[in-house]
Write a protein of this length. Sequence first.
Length: 401
Amino acid sequence: MAVVLALVGVTAPNQLNLTLATGLNLIFRAKSSTFCRRSNNRMSAAMSGKWARSSALLAVDQLIADLGGNVEAAFAHAGISVAALQQPELPLPAQAVVELFESAAEHCRCDSFGLQLACRQTLAVIGPLWQLAQCAPDIRTLLQQLEQFFQHVTSGAQVSLEHGSYGVALCYSLASGVNPRDRHTIELGLGLLCREIRRHCGPRWHPKAVQLRHAPPGDLDWHRQIFGTNLFFNQERNAVHFDQATLQQPLIDGKQQCQQLLQQLQQQARPDIALQTEKLLRDMLPFFRCSLPALAQALGCSTRTLQRDLAAAGTNVQDLRDQVRADLALKYLQQSSLPVIDIAEILGYTSQSAFTRSFRRWYGINPLSARKHAAIWGRNPPAGPITPTFNLKLKQPTVSL
């Protein structure tokens, strides 16, 4: 979450509006060219608009060095200049930042890389939005504000809340196409969030439960230290569960002034329908049939309105569903040990053969071959860019802040 939360930022309360964010996004693209090497299509046009602030790199160089890794080689592999460490407001392609975390973890042979980095950072890396959000009166409101304003900070990921009688689950994932390898990036974000909540609830606090999409590592010491013992792997989502007592906990430094600024942002912000629909698809796919009427009902609009708004954004429900399925399929295959038939069922396919046909259309190879690619990378990380030999052939909707 730190990577994709630490996106296009603002520097003063009166700048909290989408017009400025759009302008900054254009400026950031020009400025970042001197710090990011665009090679092997890893910074391709498909990734445009998905940017991370270089503050997300805080302490990563120290961690790599402490683990016996080569800092300059790790940054060069991801296509990021080490000089970016000295400019915390520099915008970087989210793909490059995620690649830095994931490849550094492999080269350092550290199964807890993201969690160890979470212990060296705070959520201050995401900038002014977090400074405002943490002024909420209680943790429930803080999580609601994080969900509400997240899409206005980045199109590189989705945050959503699922409400139940026990409390709330915060679900978190990178957006389609950012990087199929995101385990340590996800753990970094969820770890930072849990450490922030622990700051308000006390050192003995742990979430009610944590779900992770990837398979369990051999050593769970770091996971238990940060997340507690209610850990579930090979899940259909990445999520942290909060009980009612946690949600009611007051924040230790809530301020009315910050609340007024957030209300102002809420009035100015206009939701992006394509991002909302993609987020909803990710939430619903494992549990419901994601038909056009069902999506429209969940979004509080008519089917015609949803179709019209998505068409204006250059996409449609079928393309978004296909894109989310392709992205989740690759993540499940490369990160979890779930059987292919189970992955097919989670993604809403009636048979494994139907899923295999879709996967071949997306990537040009079958699911088992994609899983073998991940196994090879894990045993012997290549020196060059870690990217599949196949290309994503999906239409990428045009989404801007």
